[in-house]
Ligand binder design. Structure first.
Ligand code: KIV
Ligand code: ZN
Length: 503
Protein backbone atom coordinates (compact mmCIF):
# COMPACT_ATOMS: atom_id res chain seq x y z
CA UNK A 1 0.00 0.00 0.00
CA UNK A 2 1.24 3.44 -0.92
CA UNK A 3 0.30 6.41 1.21
CA UNK A 4 -0.77 9.72 -0.32
CA UNK A 5 0.43 12.51 1.94
CA UNK A 6 -2.29 15.07 2.50
CA UNK A 7 -0.78 18.55 2.74
CA UNK A 8 -3.48 20.94 3.85
CA UNK A 9 -3.02 24.58 2.88
CA UNK A 10 -6.41 25.92 4.04
CA UNK A 11 -4.63 28.23 6.49
CA UNK A 12 -2.25 29.58 3.83
CA UNK A 13 -3.53 29.36 0.24
CA UNK A 14 -7.10 28.93 1.51
CA UNK A 15 -6.81 32.07 3.57
CA UNK A 16 -5.63 33.94 0.46
CA UNK A 17 -9.20 33.63 -0.78
CA UNK A 18 -10.64 37.17 -0.80
CA UNK A 19 -12.61 37.84 2.37
CA UNK A 20 -11.65 34.55 4.05
CA UNK A 21 -9.10 35.76 6.56
CA UNK A 22 -9.07 34.30 10.05
CA UNK A 23 -7.64 35.65 13.27
CA UNK A 24 -5.02 33.65 15.15
CA UNK A 25 -7.45 32.05 17.59
CA UNK A 26 -9.56 30.93 14.68
CA UNK A 27 -6.49 29.59 12.89
CA UNK A 28 -5.56 27.58 15.95
CA UNK A 29 -9.07 26.16 16.24
CA UNK A 30 -8.93 25.25 12.56
CA UNK A 31 -5.49 23.66 12.83
CA UNK A 32 -6.63 21.53 15.77
CA UNK A 33 -9.55 20.30 13.73
CA UNK A 34 -7.23 19.56 10.77
CA UNK A 35 -5.13 17.46 13.14
CA UNK A 36 -8.26 15.54 14.20
CA UNK A 37 -9.07 15.10 10.53
CA UNK A 38 -5.71 13.39 10.17
CA UNK A 39 -3.92 15.53 7.59
CA UNK A 40 -0.17 14.88 7.39
CA UNK A 41 1.04 18.45 6.89
CA UNK A 42 -0.55 21.77 7.83
CA UNK A 43 0.73 24.78 5.95
CA UNK A 44 -0.15 27.29 8.62
CA UNK A 45 0.74 30.52 6.82
CA UNK A 46 3.34 32.76 5.21
CA UNK A 47 5.23 34.02 8.30
CA UNK A 48 7.14 36.90 6.66
CA UNK A 49 3.96 38.39 5.23
CA UNK A 50 2.89 40.08 8.48
CA UNK A 51 3.64 39.96 12.22
CA UNK A 52 0.13 38.58 12.72
CA UNK A 53 0.75 35.73 10.30
CA UNK A 54 4.08 34.99 11.96
CA UNK A 55 2.36 34.73 15.37
CA UNK A 56 -0.40 32.60 13.88
CA UNK A 57 2.03 30.05 12.45
CA UNK A 58 4.05 30.07 15.67
CA UNK A 59 0.98 29.40 17.78
CA UNK A 60 -0.07 26.50 15.54
CA UNK A 61 3.49 25.09 15.70
CA UNK A 62 3.50 25.36 19.50
CA UNK A 63 0.05 23.93 20.14
CA UNK A 64 -0.89 21.46 17.43
CA UNK A 65 0.52 17.97 17.75
CA UNK A 66 0.54 15.30 15.08
CA UNK A 67 0.89 16.82 11.62
CA UNK A 68 4.07 18.50 10.37
CA UNK A 69 3.69 22.28 10.57
CA UNK A 70 4.89 24.16 7.53
CA UNK A 71 5.59 27.83 6.79
CA UNK A 72 5.87 29.32 3.31
CA UNK A 73 8.86 31.40 2.19
CA UNK A 74 10.05 33.06 -0.99
CA UNK A 75 13.61 32.12 -1.97
CA UNK A 76 14.92 34.95 0.19
CA UNK A 77 16.91 34.60 3.42
CA UNK A 78 14.60 36.84 5.50
CA UNK A 79 11.54 34.81 4.42
CA UNK A 80 13.27 31.55 5.26
CA UNK A 81 14.39 32.92 8.64
CA UNK A 82 10.84 34.01 9.44
CA UNK A 83 9.39 30.69 8.33
CA UNK A 84 11.85 28.73 10.44
CA UNK A 85 11.44 30.96 13.49
CA UNK A 86 7.70 30.38 13.35
CA UNK A 87 7.63 26.62 12.71
CA UNK A 88 10.62 25.62 14.86
CA UNK A 89 8.34 25.03 17.88
CA UNK A 90 6.74 22.07 16.15
CA UNK A 91 8.07 18.55 16.62
CA UNK A 92 7.93 18.27 12.85
CA UNK A 93 8.79 21.67 11.31
CA UNK A 94 8.84 22.14 7.54
CA UNK A 95 9.94 25.09 5.40
CA UNK A 96 8.29 25.47 2.01
CA UNK A 97 10.39 27.57 -0.37
CA UNK A 98 9.13 28.69 -3.75
CA UNK A 99 10.38 30.50 -6.84
CA UNK A 100 8.69 30.96 -10.20
CA UNK A 101 10.23 29.13 -13.16
CA UNK A 102 7.92 29.80 -16.12
CA UNK A 103 9.06 32.14 -18.89
CA UNK A 104 6.08 34.40 -18.20
CA UNK A 105 6.91 34.81 -14.51
CA UNK A 106 10.70 35.03 -15.02
CA UNK A 107 10.36 37.71 -17.70
CA UNK A 108 7.54 39.89 -16.35
CA UNK A 109 7.52 39.34 -12.60
CA UNK A 110 11.07 38.46 -11.59
CA UNK A 111 12.96 39.95 -14.56
CA UNK A 112 15.60 37.24 -14.27
CA UNK A 113 17.14 34.71 -16.64
CA UNK A 114 17.03 30.92 -16.22
CA UNK A 115 20.55 30.56 -14.79
CA UNK A 116 19.89 33.21 -12.11
CA UNK A 117 16.63 31.49 -11.13
CA UNK A 118 18.39 28.16 -10.88
CA UNK A 119 21.08 29.64 -8.62
CA UNK A 120 18.54 31.36 -6.38
CA UNK A 121 16.48 28.18 -6.01
CA UNK A 122 19.49 26.07 -5.10
CA UNK A 123 20.91 28.54 -2.60
CA UNK A 124 17.47 29.04 -0.98
CA UNK A 125 17.05 25.30 -0.47
CA UNK A 126 20.59 24.98 0.90
CA UNK A 127 19.98 27.88 3.27
CA UNK A 128 16.70 26.39 4.47
CA UNK A 129 18.32 22.96 4.93
CA UNK A 130 20.86 24.46 7.30
CA UNK A 131 17.96 25.31 9.59
CA UNK A 132 15.55 22.47 9.05
CA UNK A 133 15.70 18.89 7.74
CA UNK A 134 12.31 18.98 6.13
CA UNK A 135 12.47 21.37 3.17
CA UNK A 136 9.99 21.51 0.31
CA UNK A 137 10.59 23.41 -2.92
CA UNK A 138 7.97 24.64 -5.43
CA UNK A 139 8.82 25.87 -8.92
CA UNK A 140 5.88 28.26 -9.10
CA UNK A 141 3.85 28.12 -12.35
CA UNK A 142 5.47 24.74 -13.06
CA UNK A 143 2.75 23.67 -15.50
CA UNK A 144 3.68 26.62 -17.80
CA UNK A 145 7.41 26.08 -17.34
CA UNK A 146 9.47 24.81 -20.25
CA UNK A 147 9.86 21.06 -19.53
CA UNK A 148 13.63 20.79 -19.89
CA UNK A 149 14.16 23.71 -17.51
CA UNK A 150 11.64 22.29 -15.06
CA UNK A 151 13.53 18.99 -14.96
CA UNK A 152 16.79 20.83 -14.38
CA UNK A 153 15.32 22.86 -11.50
CA UNK A 154 13.85 19.75 -9.88
CA UNK A 155 17.13 17.89 -10.21
CA UNK A 156 19.11 20.79 -8.74
CA UNK A 157 16.87 21.38 -5.72
CA UNK A 158 16.93 17.67 -4.87
CA UNK A 159 20.74 17.82 -4.97
CA UNK A 160 20.56 20.90 -2.72
CA UNK A 161 18.53 18.96 -0.13
CA UNK A 162 14.83 19.35 -0.91
CA UNK A 163 12.91 16.37 0.45
CA UNK A 164 9.67 17.23 -1.31
CA UNK A 165 9.36 18.84 -4.73
CA UNK A 166 5.97 20.35 -5.31
CA UNK A 167 4.70 20.93 -8.85
CA UNK A 168 2.12 23.72 -8.84
CA UNK A 169 -0.45 24.39 -11.51
CA UNK A 170 -0.43 27.92 -10.14
CA UNK A 171 -3.03 29.40 -12.47
CA UNK A 172 -5.16 26.29 -12.97
CA UNK A 173 -4.20 26.17 -16.63
CA UNK A 174 -3.39 22.50 -17.07
CA UNK A 175 -5.63 19.60 -18.02
CA UNK A 176 -5.60 16.10 -16.48
CA UNK A 177 -3.87 14.35 -19.38
CA UNK A 178 -1.25 17.08 -19.70
CA UNK A 179 -0.63 17.40 -15.97
CA UNK A 180 -0.29 13.64 -15.56
CA UNK A 181 2.29 13.71 -18.37
CA UNK A 182 4.25 16.48 -16.60
CA UNK A 183 4.59 14.27 -13.50
CA UNK A 184 5.47 11.24 -15.61
CA UNK A 185 8.09 13.32 -17.44
CA UNK A 186 9.66 14.36 -14.13
CA UNK A 187 9.74 10.77 -12.90
CA UNK A 188 11.34 9.55 -16.11
CA UNK A 189 13.84 12.36 -16.67
CA UNK A 190 15.08 13.56 -13.30
CA UNK A 191 17.93 11.47 -11.84
CA UNK A 192 17.51 10.87 -8.09
CA UNK A 193 13.82 11.67 -8.27
CA UNK A 194 13.27 8.73 -5.90
CA UNK A 195 15.13 10.66 -3.19
CA UNK A 196 12.19 13.04 -2.88
CA UNK A 197 8.43 12.99 -2.66
CA UNK A 198 6.70 14.44 -5.71
CA UNK A 199 3.89 16.73 -4.61
CA UNK A 200 1.25 18.61 -6.61
CA UNK A 201 -0.63 21.81 -5.95
CA UNK A 202 -3.47 22.49 -8.38
CA UNK A 203 -5.65 25.54 -8.66
CA UNK A 204 -9.18 25.40 -9.91
CA UNK A 205 -9.46 28.16 -12.52
CA UNK A 206 -10.89 25.74 -15.09
CA UNK A 207 -12.60 23.60 -12.47
CA UNK A 208 -9.91 20.93 -12.97
CA UNK A 209 -7.99 21.18 -9.69
CA UNK A 210 -9.11 17.81 -8.34
CA UNK A 211 -8.94 16.03 -11.72
CA UNK A 212 -5.41 17.32 -12.30
CA UNK A 213 -4.30 16.27 -8.80
CA UNK A 214 -5.70 12.78 -9.28
CA UNK A 215 -4.07 12.44 -12.70
CA UNK A 216 -0.79 13.36 -11.02
CA UNK A 217 -1.34 10.71 -8.34
CA UNK A 218 -1.87 8.09 -11.04
CA UNK A 219 1.45 9.15 -12.52
CA UNK A 220 3.49 8.95 -9.33
CA UNK A 221 2.76 12.02 -7.18
CA UNK A 222 2.62 11.00 -3.51
CA UNK A 223 1.72 14.29 -1.85
CA UNK A 224 -1.33 16.36 -2.71
CA UNK A 225 -1.72 19.96 -1.58
CA UNK A 226 -5.32 20.88 -1.10
CA UNK A 227 -7.79 22.88 0.99
CA UNK A 228 -11.00 22.16 2.81
CA UNK A 229 -14.05 23.17 0.75
CA UNK A 230 -11.62 23.97 -2.11
CA UNK A 231 -10.97 27.40 -0.58
CA UNK A 232 -8.10 29.40 -2.10
CA UNK A 233 -6.91 32.15 -4.41
CA UNK A 234 -9.38 33.04 -7.18
CA UNK A 235 -11.40 29.89 -7.99
CA UNK A 236 -9.62 28.09 -5.17
CA UNK A 237 -7.45 25.02 -4.74
CA UNK A 238 -8.16 21.34 -5.25
CA UNK A 239 -10.61 20.31 -2.57
CA UNK A 240 -9.30 18.00 0.15
CA UNK A 241 -12.58 16.19 0.69
CA UNK A 242 -13.00 15.41 -3.00
CA UNK A 243 -9.47 14.05 -3.37
CA UNK A 244 -9.64 11.93 -0.25
CA UNK A 245 -13.06 10.50 -1.07
CA UNK A 246 -12.15 9.85 -4.72
CA UNK A 247 -9.12 7.80 -3.63
CA UNK A 248 -11.19 5.92 -1.06
CA UNK A 249 -14.33 5.38 -3.14
CA UNK A 250 -12.55 4.46 -6.37
CA UNK A 251 -9.95 2.17 -4.90
CA UNK A 252 -10.29 0.06 -8.02
CA UNK A 253 -8.77 2.98 -9.96
CA UNK A 254 -6.37 4.23 -7.26
CA UNK A 255 -5.16 0.71 -6.55
CA UNK A 256 -3.05 0.30 -3.42
CA UNK A 257 -3.30 3.99 -2.52
CA UNK A 258 -4.69 5.40 0.70
CA UNK A 259 -4.66 8.51 2.87
CA UNK A 260 -4.54 8.82 6.66
CA UNK A 261 -7.56 11.08 6.74
CA UNK A 262 -10.31 10.15 9.16
CA UNK A 263 -13.09 10.73 6.66
CA UNK A 264 -15.75 10.87 9.40
CA UNK A 265 -14.31 14.24 10.42
CA UNK A 266 -14.74 15.74 6.95
CA UNK A 267 -18.16 17.30 7.36
CA UNK A 268 -17.33 18.80 10.75
CA UNK A 269 -14.14 20.30 9.32
CA UNK A 270 -15.99 21.72 6.35
CA UNK A 271 -18.58 23.36 8.62
CA UNK A 272 -15.83 24.87 10.74
CA UNK A 273 -14.04 26.35 7.70
CA UNK A 274 -17.27 27.80 6.50
CA UNK A 275 -18.11 29.25 9.91
CA UNK A 276 -14.66 30.77 10.49
CA UNK A 277 -14.19 32.24 7.01
CA UNK A 278 -17.79 33.17 6.30
CA UNK A 279 -17.47 31.39 2.95
CA UNK A 280 -20.75 29.56 2.42
CA UNK A 281 -20.51 26.11 0.83
CA UNK A 282 -22.61 25.87 -2.32
CA UNK A 283 -25.47 23.37 -1.78
CA UNK A 284 -24.43 21.19 -4.72
CA UNK A 285 -20.76 21.02 -3.65
CA UNK A 286 -19.48 17.44 -3.84
CA UNK A 287 -19.14 15.59 -0.51
CA UNK A 288 -19.94 18.49 1.85
CA UNK A 289 -22.72 20.48 0.14
CA UNK A 290 -26.18 20.45 1.73
CA UNK A 291 -27.50 18.48 -1.26
CA UNK A 292 -24.61 16.00 -1.56
CA UNK A 293 -26.71 13.23 -0.01
CA UNK A 294 -30.17 14.67 -0.65
CA UNK A 295 -32.60 13.11 -3.10
CA UNK A 296 -35.62 14.99 -4.40
CA UNK A 297 -37.11 13.06 -7.29
CA UNK A 298 -39.71 10.39 -6.55
CA UNK A 299 -37.87 7.81 -8.71
CA UNK A 300 -34.59 8.37 -6.87
CA UNK A 301 -36.30 8.33 -3.48
CA UNK A 302 -38.02 5.07 -4.27
CA UNK A 303 -34.70 3.59 -5.46
CA UNK A 304 -32.90 4.74 -2.31
CA UNK A 305 -35.62 3.30 -0.07
CA UNK A 306 -35.31 -0.04 -1.84
CA UNK A 307 -31.51 -0.08 -1.88
CA UNK A 308 -29.30 2.89 -1.01
CA UNK A 309 -26.56 2.11 -3.52
CA UNK A 310 -28.95 2.68 -6.42
CA UNK A 311 -28.29 6.40 -6.15
CA UNK A 312 -25.49 6.82 -3.59
CA UNK A 313 -21.83 5.96 -4.18
CA UNK A 314 -20.68 6.87 -0.67
CA UNK A 315 -22.23 6.42 2.75
CA UNK A 316 -23.05 9.86 4.20
CA UNK A 317 -21.89 8.59 7.61
CA UNK A 318 -18.42 7.94 6.13
CA UNK A 319 -17.91 11.67 5.71
CA UNK A 320 -19.61 12.55 8.98
CA UNK A 321 -22.98 13.51 7.52
CA UNK A 322 -25.93 12.25 9.59
CA UNK A 323 -27.56 10.30 6.79
CA UNK A 324 -29.27 10.23 3.46
CA UNK A 325 -31.86 12.92 3.10
CA UNK A 326 -35.03 12.35 1.18
CA UNK A 327 -36.10 15.89 0.45
CA UNK A 328 -39.84 16.01 0.44
CA UNK A 329 -41.33 18.14 -2.27
CA UNK A 330 -44.32 18.12 -4.55
CA UNK A 331 -42.85 15.23 -6.54
CA UNK A 332 -42.48 12.94 -3.56
CA UNK A 333 -44.75 9.96 -3.09
CA UNK A 334 -46.46 8.34 -0.10
CA UNK A 335 -43.58 5.89 0.33
CA UNK A 336 -41.03 8.61 1.09
CA UNK A 337 -43.57 10.61 3.13
CA UNK A 338 -44.44 7.66 5.37
CA UNK A 339 -40.77 6.70 5.80
CA UNK A 340 -39.87 10.22 6.85
CA UNK A 341 -42.69 10.28 9.37
CA UNK A 342 -41.42 6.99 10.76
CA UNK A 343 -37.93 8.42 11.19
CA UNK A 344 -39.49 11.33 13.08
CA UNK A 345 -41.22 8.88 15.40
CA UNK A 346 -44.74 9.01 13.93
CA UNK A 347 -46.65 5.97 12.75
CA UNK A 348 -49.64 7.11 10.80
CA UNK A 349 -51.76 4.90 8.66
CA UNK A 350 -55.24 4.68 7.23
CA UNK A 351 -57.23 7.88 7.15
CA UNK A 352 -54.76 9.79 9.33
CA UNK A 353 -52.00 9.09 6.84
CA UNK A 354 -54.17 10.07 3.88
CA UNK A 355 -55.23 13.34 5.48
CA UNK A 356 -51.67 14.19 6.51
CA UNK A 357 -50.42 13.32 3.01
CA UNK A 358 -53.05 15.60 1.42
CA UNK A 359 -52.03 18.42 3.77
CA UNK A 360 -48.40 17.82 2.87
CA UNK A 361 -49.15 17.99 -0.87
CA UNK A 362 -51.08 21.23 -0.40
CA UNK A 363 -48.13 22.67 1.48
CA UNK A 364 -45.61 21.40 -1.07
CA UNK A 365 -47.43 23.38 -3.74
CA UNK A 366 -46.99 26.53 -1.67
CA UNK A 367 -43.45 25.98 -0.36
CA UNK A 368 -40.21 25.16 -2.12
CA UNK A 369 -38.70 23.17 0.72
CA UNK A 370 -40.49 21.06 3.25
CA UNK A 371 -38.52 20.65 6.48
CA UNK A 372 -38.96 18.15 9.26
CA UNK A 373 -40.52 20.94 11.32
CA UNK A 374 -43.19 21.36 8.63
CA UNK A 375 -44.04 17.69 8.81
CA UNK A 376 -44.17 17.71 12.59
CA UNK A 377 -46.51 20.69 12.47
CA UNK A 378 -48.81 18.88 10.02
CA UNK A 379 -48.78 15.58 11.85
CA UNK A 380 -49.20 17.08 15.28
CA UNK A 381 -52.43 18.60 14.03
CA UNK A 382 -53.58 15.31 12.57
CA UNK A 383 -52.72 13.23 15.61
CA UNK A 384 -54.13 15.59 18.17
CA UNK A 385 -57.34 15.85 16.20
CA UNK A 386 -60.50 16.28 18.09
CA UNK A 387 -63.91 16.39 16.40
CA UNK A 388 -64.11 19.51 14.29
CA UNK A 389 -67.23 21.29 15.44
CA UNK A 390 -66.05 24.39 13.62
CA UNK A 391 -63.92 24.48 10.49
CA UNK A 392 -62.38 27.48 8.80
CA UNK A 393 -63.86 27.99 5.35
CA UNK A 394 -62.75 31.51 4.55
CA UNK A 395 -61.25 34.59 6.06
CA UNK A 396 -60.62 38.11 4.85
CA UNK A 397 -58.93 40.84 6.79
CA UNK A 398 -58.48 44.53 6.17
CA UNK A 399 -55.70 46.21 8.00
CA UNK A 400 -53.35 49.15 7.69
CA UNK A 401 -51.92 52.05 9.64
CA UNK A 402 -54.88 54.33 8.77
CA UNK A 403 -57.89 52.02 9.22
CA UNK A 404 -59.32 50.01 12.05
CA UNK A 405 -58.52 46.35 11.42
CA UNK A 406 -61.53 44.24 10.52
CA UNK A 407 -62.11 40.58 9.75
CA UNK A 408 -64.73 38.61 7.96
CA UNK A 409 -64.80 34.92 8.85
CA UNK A 410 -66.81 31.99 7.50
CA UNK A 411 -66.85 28.76 9.48
CA UNK A 412 -68.41 25.44 8.58
CA UNK A 413 -70.48 23.76 11.33
CA UNK A 414 -72.54 20.61 10.67
CA UNK A 415 -73.18 21.38 6.98
CA UNK A 416 -73.98 25.00 7.75
CA UNK A 417 -71.96 28.05 6.83
CA UNK A 418 -71.76 30.61 9.61
CA UNK A 419 -70.40 34.08 8.98
CA UNK A 420 -69.48 37.10 11.05
CA UNK A 421 -67.56 40.33 10.73
CA UNK A 422 -65.83 42.23 13.47
CA UNK A 423 -63.28 44.93 14.04
CA UNK A 424 -60.51 44.63 16.59
CA UNK A 425 -57.29 46.05 17.98
CA UNK A 426 -55.34 44.24 15.32
CA UNK A 427 -56.14 41.75 12.54
CA UNK A 428 -55.79 38.76 14.90
CA UNK A 429 -58.01 40.36 17.54
CA UNK A 430 -60.58 41.16 14.82
CA UNK A 431 -60.54 37.53 13.64
CA UNK A 432 -60.92 36.20 17.17
CA UNK A 433 -63.84 38.53 17.88
CA UNK A 434 -65.56 37.43 14.65
CA UNK A 435 -65.07 33.78 15.65
CA UNK A 436 -66.48 34.49 19.12
CA UNK A 437 -69.58 36.02 17.48
CA UNK A 438 -70.08 32.85 15.43
CA UNK A 439 -69.40 30.23 18.08
CA UNK A 440 -70.67 32.06 21.10
CA UNK A 441 -67.97 30.22 23.02
CA UNK A 442 -65.19 32.75 23.26
CA UNK A 443 -63.24 32.80 26.43
CA UNK A 444 -60.45 35.04 27.57
CA UNK A 445 -57.29 34.84 25.49
CA UNK A 446 -54.71 33.95 28.15
CA UNK A 447 -51.71 33.35 25.96
CA UNK A 448 -50.75 33.83 22.34
CA UNK A 449 -47.39 32.72 20.93
CA UNK A 450 -46.10 32.62 17.43
CA UNK A 451 -42.91 31.00 16.21
CA UNK A 452 -41.41 29.99 12.97
CA UNK A 453 -41.12 26.21 12.77
CA UNK A 454 -39.04 26.29 9.61
CA UNK A 455 -36.56 28.65 8.04
CA UNK A 456 -36.72 30.89 5.01
CA UNK A 457 -39.16 33.55 3.85
CA UNK A 458 -41.74 30.85 3.11
CA UNK A 459 -41.42 29.41 6.62
CA UNK A 460 -44.34 27.87 8.41
CA UNK A 461 -45.55 29.89 11.35
CA UNK A 462 -46.95 28.00 14.27
CA UNK A 463 -49.34 29.72 16.66
CA UNK A 464 -50.25 28.42 20.11
CA UNK A 465 -53.05 29.96 22.12
CA UNK A 466 -54.63 29.38 25.50
CA UNK A 467 -58.17 30.44 26.22
CA UNK A 468 -59.93 30.26 29.51
CA UNK A 469 -63.59 30.27 30.33
CA UNK A 470 -65.57 29.40 33.45
CA UNK A 471 -62.51 28.13 35.25
CA UNK A 472 -61.35 25.93 32.36
CA UNK A 473 -58.32 26.47 30.19
CA UNK A 474 -57.78 24.91 26.79
CA UNK A 475 -54.93 25.29 24.35
CA UNK A 476 -54.93 25.28 20.57
CA UNK A 477 -52.33 25.10 17.84
CA UNK A 478 -52.39 25.99 14.21
CA UNK A 479 -49.80 26.30 11.49
CA UNK A 480 -49.65 27.84 8.08
CA UNK A 481 -47.34 29.83 5.85
CA UNK A 482 -49.81 32.68 6.53
CA UNK A 483 -49.58 33.78 10.15
CA UNK A 484 -53.13 35.14 10.26
CA UNK A 485 -54.41 31.78 9.03
CA UNK A 486 -52.24 30.02 11.62
CA UNK A 487 -53.67 32.30 14.31
CA UNK A 488 -57.24 31.58 13.26
CA UNK A 489 -56.59 27.82 13.12
CA UNK A 490 -55.06 27.83 16.58
CA UNK A 491 -58.05 29.68 18.01
CA UNK A 492 -60.56 27.39 16.30
CA UNK A 493 -58.59 24.38 17.55
CA UNK A 494 -58.96 25.68 21.09
CA UNK A 495 -62.63 26.53 20.61
CA UNK A 496 -63.31 23.01 19.29
CA UNK A 497 -61.71 21.58 22.42
CA UNK A 498 -63.99 23.77 24.51
CA UNK A 499 -67.01 22.64 22.49
CA UNK A 500 -65.91 18.99 22.86
CA UNK A 501 -65.37 19.24 26.56
CA UNK A 502 -68.66 21.04 27.28
CA UNK A 503 -70.69 18.40 25.46
O1 KIV B 1 -0.12 28.29 -6.42
C1 KIV B 1 1.09 28.26 -6.16
O2 KIV B 1 1.96 28.16 -7.03
C2 KIV B 1 1.47 28.41 -4.77
C3 KIV B 1 2.90 28.18 -4.44
C4 KIV B 1 3.38 29.09 -3.41
C5 KIV B 1 3.09 26.73 -4.09
O3 KIV B 1 0.63 28.60 -3.92
ZN1 ZN C 1 -1.40 28.10 -4.71
Amino acid sequence: MDKIIIFDTTLRDGEQCPGASMNNNEKLEMARQLASLGVDVIEAGFPVSSPGDFEGVKSVAKNVKGPAICGLARSIAKDIDAAYNAVKYSKRPRIHVFLATSKIHMKYKLKKAEDEILKLAVSAVKYARKKCDDVEFSPEDASRTERGFLHKVVESVIAAGARTVNIPDTVGYSTPYEFGAIIKGIKENVPDINKCVISVHCHNDLGLGVANSLAAVLNGARQVECTMNGLGERAGNASLEEIVMAIKTRNDVFKGLYTNVNTREIYKTSRLVSKLTGMVVQPNKAIVGANAFAHESGIHQDGILKERITYEIMKPQDVGVGGTQLVLGKHSGRHAFQERLKSLGYTLDGDQLETAFDRFKELADKKKSIYDGDLEAIVDEEISRIPEEFRLLHFRITSGDDIKPAANIKLGCHNKVLEATSSGDGPVDACYKAIDKITGMGGKLLDYQIRSVTSGKDAIGEVSVKIGTKGRVVSGRGSSTDIIEASIKAYINAVNKLAYKTR
